[in-house]
Design a protein. Sequence first.
Length: 121
Amino acid sequence: MANMDYPGPCPNCGLVESCTTQEQREEGIKTYCKGMEMELNAWKARLFDAFAQAEGHNDLQDSLNLIKSIVREIEMQKDKMLVECPTSISDVESDVGKKFGELRGHYTKLLEQLSAGFVGG
């Protein structure tokens, strides 16, 4: 299971900014986005279990919608990066890290709101 403290999908993101050719930058962005996708998939697995347990709890609907929205924002950021291929990804890395932090916080709150029991793998 991926590290849920989000160390970042790319330990050497500075390499993207130091690329000398568009091809190198595109490859670096693809690697970065692949890491982001792996992190998202790990979160989706955890969220699937929590969402299944939250089914039927109408009082949790706002929390569930907020979590889904954050996941969509991260996915959109990844897709945008693949299309735009920015020369610098430090701002994106910071934004994505904040979004994963928000996701972790809302997930933790959701678990606290759910009845005690097994959630996750």
